[in-house]
Design a protein around this ligand. Sequence first.
Ligand code: PMV
Length: 325
Amino acid sequence: MKCTAIAHANIAFIKYWGKKQDEYRIPYNDSLSLNISGAYTTTTVEVSPTYTEDVIGFIDAQSSESEINRVKKQVDLIRSKAKKPFFAKVLTQNSIPKGIGAASSASGFAALTLAASAAFMLKLSEKELTKIARLGSGSACRSIPDGFVLWHAGNSHDDSYAQSLHPHTYWDICDILVVVDNTMKKVSTTDGMDGVTTSPFFQQRLVSLPQRLQQLKQSLEDKDFSIFGHILESESYNMHAVMLTQEPSLLYWQPATVAALLKVRELRTKGILAFATIDAGPNVHVICQAKDETIVLDAMSSVSHKQLLVNYPAGAARLISDHLF
Ligand code: PMV
């Protein structure tokens, strides 16, 4: 049986940074994200009684032993749930480089989970798929449902899952991703978030998050872009303040990151509603309304960058009939 899935990366507006339970990747807090059109992973999984081991490959990308082992672990988990004693061949292609802070582990584990479940003939609800994707990479659970997605932190494997709040067609916004560095980041999110509780700001962050999430959800309901943007930008700075003050301190930014952040502020002084958010990396996602795309794109092209990627809201992870092999 051969199955192929596509899943989009997501950009978090309320961030996940820190796990209260490591084994099942149960986060401290709920998070909210949007799937983005330009950053996605395609994965083909073939399960066959003729294979004598799992074979994992990436098209156009180097992969470390630990990455391969993480993929093998996920395949193993799905195989044991399906109760099928067969090995699999897995081939993966990313639309943009891995490890640049554009959440390729999210799209990667979402696509892998969907393709492998189908190839092992495991029938799962969307909620179940989000839970299994979470075991591969926390934020991957948010790349399974459509559009604007809430990950309920929960307290156990059973109640930590993601669901769509609004489909990708809900709101005409765009995310201009300013790639200032396209090399692999040095500290992975898994290692980075281990130190989260050492930040003196972390408890304060946890206390303030429920209200911030509630306000962001309300601004989404109201389609109030100004409030939405202010909350998502201050949330990003809040998470980075925690990262900076952890032990050891994490500084993912580069000079060009700061230049992009300043450019976004300059746009706002000119009356353009553009807001910045950054995940665990140096690259800046500039969120604006679709009507301002050209003006924001022009402004961002004046700061130092390797690539500018324009993203629109994207749909759920899905099976497709074009296989990679
Ligand atoms: O799921 P991970 O290990 O890729 O962690 C994602 C962490 C952030 O991107 C920094 C925040 C988030 O919620 O996506």
